[in-house]
Every structure is written in C-alpha cells, then in structure tokens.
Design a protein. Sequence first.
Length: 65
Amino acid sequence: MAKAPAAHKPPPYPELTVDSARRDLAELVNQAGYGGARFILTRRGKRIAALVSIDDLERLPAPAA
C-alpha cells in the first residue's frame, strides 16, 4: 500500500522579517518575555536570528570563548 505524502508542516515558530519585527518590537518583546513566544527573524529570506525570552536563552549552553 502506498504511503500518503507527508503534510507540509509550518515552521515551529513564526518567521518575521527584520523590518516587520522592528515595527512591532515592543509587542514582540512582550510576547516573548511574558508569554514565552519564540520568533525567527529573517533578512532576504534567510533565517538570521531568534527572539526568545531570557528563560529560554539561559537554558542554552554558553557560547565557546
């Protein structure tokens, strides 16, 4: 029996352009800081950064020196 094609899954976190994030920065910071939301920031279609809460950031390993 043929396997059904996998449904396209949206990115796990909303992707926003840097320009749109700049316009809505205060709201995005509130959503991340108080609501635990996570956002991927893009520039020219490339993922370049993320906006996460301090709690999420502190769970990541420290960068190599």
